[in-house]
Design a protein around this ligand. Structure first.
Ligand code: ZN
Length: 260
């Protein structure tokens, strides 16, 4: 059986875990504390943006999470509009938890939250990330991994193309293992990607060797990581463009108004 992923927080479990993903029971102090956190942050499909939510109905207190069995309902109410609700149905078993139902669907919430990131993503990345989420929401973990891997490969290729002339790289240098490509471009790639380049190995392993369940168990980590990488990449580019624009403005100013 695949390793079940840790609980992390109630917020993360409710908003980020696809249906049927197997998650361990909360164990650490932070995980247990997260059960009582109010309000929770997450994407509200009705508001069309991130909002805060309060838990409604009978709350299972943190001490009961280890011994509860069977299914439990959890309801979240949006603080921006009291008519916005998200409903979850959670199964408690000896080894942990599974979301076995929710409304609005996981895909609606996850795709909505990608929409928020859309302005940071290229059209192709945004559309493939949405496809990956849709596949994971329908238990197709391997397919979801393929799309995430394609986005990853595109980030690497783009970086190579953007810098090859200035760095004097040849196409031969691109024909090496992914790890070596990343190290070659370490001055230009997002730090998170360089530090977590193992992610590519996991994604490739998923496509070739892992089961659907294995891939699903890791999917939310893969998705969050790739979003983080895309954000960092965009931020890096914006910073560079801003610096270049400022430099140019300063140079122009000095050229027209010589210093005394
Ligand atoms: Zn709302």
């Amino acid at each position: 059986m695949a390793d079940r992923r840790p609980f992390i927080s109630l917020e993360e479990f409710l908003f980020e875990a696809p249906l049927y993903e197997q998650v361990r029971l909360p164990g650490t102090e932070d995980e247990l504390k997260s059960i009582e956190k109010q309000p929770m942050d997450g994407y509200c499909p009705e508001c069309g943006e991130r909002s805060m939510f309060l838990r409604r109905g009978k709350l299972l207190n943190r001490g009961d999470w280890g011994t509860a069995r069977g299914s439990n309902d959890m309801t979240l109410q949006c603080v921006r509009n009291e008519k916005h609700f998200i409903y979850f149905h959670v199964l408690f078993v000896k080894w942990g938890l599974q979301k076995i139902g929710q409304y609005p669907s996981f895909a609606t919430i996850a795709q909505g939250s990608v929409k928020e990131y859309r302005r940071l993503l290229s059209k192709e990345d945004g559309s493939e990330l949405t496809k990956a989420i849709g596949l994971a929401a329908h238990d197709a973990g391997i397919g979801a991994f393929i799309y995430i891997r394609r986005i990853f490969e595109r980030i690497i290729r783009k970086c190579f193309d953007e810098h090859k002339d200035a760095e004097g790289w040849t196409e031969d240098q691109y024909l090496v293992r992914m790890d070596d490509k990343i190290l070659l471009m370490k001055d230009h790639l997002p730090d998170f990607l360089i530090q977590n380049r193992k992610l590519y190995k996991i994604l490739s392993n998923g496509v070739h060797n892992l089961t659907e369940t294995d891939c699903l168990a890791f999917f939310s980590v893969a998705r969050e990581s790739i979003m983080h990488i895309l954000e960092e990449e965009k931020r890096k580019k914006d910073e560079k463009a801003r610096r270049a624009a400022l430099q140019m403005a300063i140079a122009e100013h000095s050229a027209t108004k010589p210093s005394v």
